[in-house]
Write a protein that binds this ligand. Structure first.
Ligand code: HH2
Length: 262
């Protein structure tokens, strides 16, 4: 899953795709490089980010989505109206970092459209989530949250086969909590739905390589984290540098198979 943030303030690519044309061009390039989906988002969820209005979110994403019609796109939103418009323009997945908690109408939109949905764990909200996150056991907490949200989604009429789960790396977690979640990712995989992870350029990885103050980690560090997550059962990776991830993950998968051909 390639990331196209049509935002001025995203932590890594904020402002890179200032025009819809630039965003669409980046999306097409990511698909050419081997992405299966392009994730278009119009509201930053980086730590400290303030929410934007629905009108502003629509103003950012709709023109880019129009230019990407016919291509595999997911919409990174927690609002029903944004999802509705994106689906009408061809989006096949709704990536909701609030796991259907922010907008009570979103589950119905996903259920009626029969599209895929990603349910992600977050403690708190982006504005405050990094102010001393606390858990008894981060893996237990995330697994039980995702299990509950999965049940809610199915009760709301979403086909279970269309649901992805995401531990929400960096969303209300310290660097050590993020690493512990990855170390025991099998616990999330054991819930029984495919697991998506977003590790790309996140600051936890910069910490690991000795850059405690960096906000953005390197693509090399990101690829290393993705391969470790793949080894523990993750099957979708939300990334900025698509080609590097496709190559590294192709090799990791070939090693697991023990042969070149799929
Ligand atoms: N991370 C971000 C945004 N959306 N969605 C899922 N499912 N998983 C993630 O880990 C995830 C996500 C944050 O990264 P980014 O989009 O690069 O930055 P920003 O939120 O500042 O736009």
């Amino acid at each position: 899953m390639g990331i196209v943030n049509v935002t001025p303030d995203s932590f890594s690519d904020g402002g890179s795709y200032a025009s819809p044309e630039a965003a669409a061009e980046a999306g097409r390039w990511m698909l050419a490089e081997g992405a299966s989906l392009v994730d278009v988002g119009g509201e930053s969820t980086r730590p400290g980010a303030e929410p934007v209005s629905e009108a502003e979110e629509l103003r950012r994403v709709v023109p880019a989505l129009e230019l990407l019609t016919g291509l595999p796109v997911s919409i990174d939103t927690s609002r029903a109206e944004v999802a509705r418009r994106a689906i009408a323009l061809g989006a096949t997945m709704v990536n909701d970092v609030t796991a259907l908690r922010r907008d009570t109408e979103l589950a119905g939109v996903v259920a009626d459209a029969g599209v895929d949905v990603c349910l992600m764990h977050m403690q708190g909200d982006p504005a405050t989530m990094q102010d001393g996150p606390r858990y008894d056991d981060v893996v237990d907490a995330v697994a039980s949250f995702l299990g509950e949200r999965l049940e809610v989604a199915v009760t709301e009429g979403i086909d279970e086969e269309r649901i992805w789960l995401d531990p929400g790396i960096g969303f209300g977690k310290t660097a050590d909590q993020n690493l512990e979640l990855l170390r025991r990712l099998e616990r999330i995989v054991a819930i029984g739905r495919p697991v998506l992870v977003g590790l790309s350029r996140k600051s936890t990885l910069a910490r690991v390589v000795g850059e405690p103050d960096a906000v953005v980690a390197s693509d090399v560090a990101s690829v290393g984290a993705a391969v470790a997550a793949f080894d523990r059962g993750a099957t979708m990776f939300r990334v900025h540098d698509v080609r590097a991830h496709v190559e590294a993950l192709a090799v990791a998968a070939a090693v697991e198979r023990g042969r070149v051909a799929r």
